[in-house]
Write a protein that binds this ligand. Structure first.
Ligand SMILES: N=c1c2ncn([C@@H]3O[C@H](COP(=O)(O)OP(=O)(O)OP(=O)(O)O)[C@@H](O)[C@H]3O)c2ncn1[C@@H]1O[C@H](COP(=O)(O)O)[C@@H](O)[C@H]1O
Length: 99
């Protein structure tokens, strides 16, 4: 995987942070961040998407694995933004684990 491939995660995370700081009418990200269930709504979505990803893998359905993993990663990014953790924090942690 190239750096360019991964840059989309940074780009989407930046959009999510922008939605957090400058709420926009009709935004799906804002609807999650401002949900009446609070962080529980985002955690529900992470759980749902993780389950759907597992099912896609069990079905050995590559297209579905790509689709559901994208949903999962997106909702994980929203979870990180909601909790004040940056992608940089994650990348620092992962770099520490290199051996
Ligand atoms: N990457 C995504 C992204 N992935 C998924 N989703 C939304 O996540 C929602 C929930 O996904 P589900 O699989 O649960 O879909 P569903 O059809 O509602 O539910 P089910 O039929 O699966 O039960 C859907 O409405 C999708 O549109 C996303 N919404 C936004 N983004 C990114 O976030 C940016 C900001 O989005 P807004 O906040 O809406 O402007 C966008 O520019 C995109 O880059």
């Amino acid at each position: 995987m190239t750096d360019a491939d991964m840059s989309v995660l940074n780009e989407v995370f930046d959009v999510i942070m922008d939605r957090k700081n400058n709420p926009v009418e009709g935004s799906y990200v804002c609807s999650l961040l401002d949900h009446r269930k609070g962080i529980n709504k985002i955690l529900e979505k992470v759980g749902e998407e993780a389950t759907e990803t597992i099912l896609a893998v069990k079905d050995n359905d590559k297209e579905e694995i790509i689709y559901e993993t994208s949903d999962l990663l997106f909702h994980l990014l929203v979870m990180l933004a909601a909790t004040g953790v940056s992608l940089e924090d994650i990348s620092e942690e992962m770099k520490k684990r290199r051996h």
